[in-house]
Design a protein around this ligand. Structure first.
Ligand code: 5GP
Length: 136
């Protein structure tokens, strides 16, 4: 599915590019939550992470720590979040897989998280883990 990121990857729309390989590009987010907020994006058009081919997934795995190191070095931040949204209900606005690297330089800047932990009963965990393993 073509999105604004396809046009950035094609060079039709400008971006502040910080990294590029054969399969991955990374550039600064246009509406950063903190200085250095960077998007790491597979070049392959793909909406959701679980649809991604192995080569692009491996290239992303290689790029993420490398770009994160560079973002930390450039901004001086020592804390950061990696965010990856899938589906509009999960706050995905651009339908092309991307990872956010979001420096957390202080409590006011960066990603805010609402986290409401539940509980996992042992029998439920056993059954659920079994279903997931069976689906791999
Ligand atoms: P999502 O909610 O889909 O995980 O995040 C999409 C991100 O893409 C947002 O943080 C938004 O600011 C960023 N974004 C959307 N359009 C553009 C654009 O044209 N250029 C850049 N650099 N970032 C964009």
């Amino acid at each position: 599915m073509a999105s604004i990121f396809s046009r950035i990857i094609a060079g039709e729309i400008p971006c502040h590019r910080v990294y590029e390989s054969a399969l991955v590009i990374a550039f600064l987010d246009i509406a950063p939550l903190s200085p250095g907020h960077t998007l790491v994006v597979p070049k392959r058009e793909c909406e959701f992470l679980h649809q991604l081919d192995d080569a692009s997934a491996a290239a992303l795995g290689e790029a993420l720590p490398r770009v994160a190191r560079a973002v930390l070095a450039a901004t001086g931040a020592t804390a950061y979040n990696i965010l990856q949204n899938n589906g509009a209900a999960a706050h995905q606005a651009v339908p092309h897989v991307h990872f956010h690297i979001i420096p957390k330089p202080n409590p006011e800047l960066g990603l805010g998280i609402g986290w409401k932990p539940g509980t996992l009963a042992a029998p439920d965990g056993t059954a659920l883990a079994e279903r997931i393993r069976a689906s791999l």
